[in-house]
Design a protein around this ligand. Sequence first.
Ligand code: GRF
Length: 211
Amino acid sequence: LNVVVLISGGGSNLKALLEAAADPAYPARIVAVGADTDAAGLAHAEAAGVPSFIVRPGDHGSREEWGRAFASAIREHLPRGSENSEGPGDPEGAAGSDEGLVVSAGLMRILPADFVREFSPRLINTHPALLPLYPGAHAVRDALAAGATETGVTVHVIDEGVDTGPVLRQARVEIIPGEPEEELHERIKQLERPLLVQTVRDIALGELSLR
Ligand code: GRF
């Protein structure tokens, strides 16, 4: 399965995917990394010899135009119908991986509806909360502010809402009373990285359906 990973930040989830994919036995390849800004995590792509691209919203007239430019940059690395076809009887391949997979791993920007329509359901996101609880950009802070005793991480299909798409996998984290947001987020990320690696693996092997 060919995968394009989208990031905005430090890219520790990307790094986990790159490390997993360095093993030839892992059933997915990271073919490119895309960002909306000069994300620090792009260094992980460079270190792994994976091509990357930046499409900045400021260079485009609207969110929709930015989304179209981002989508076409992704398509250069993930052309339609390019891989793993198992023949005419199985047009999408055993793993349904005909069109690859786009993984938002810390992309801190809402993808426009046209973008979502083009790639979903082969478009997934990782979110640091147990959705449907605490959607949005401040999930860890919101869980703490709500006085929650547990939170976690969700890998889900992206639909046209914000963090509303079908849940694929979740993992739970107990909140330590008084714990600072950064520490809790780091503990969440310690589960998030292997969960994302496992989810991409399961999609690649056809063990997890995106439909
Ligand atoms: C992750 O927790 C992701 O779920 C959230 O931002 C964080 C990104 O971390 N949206 P990293 O850039 O992969 O280290």
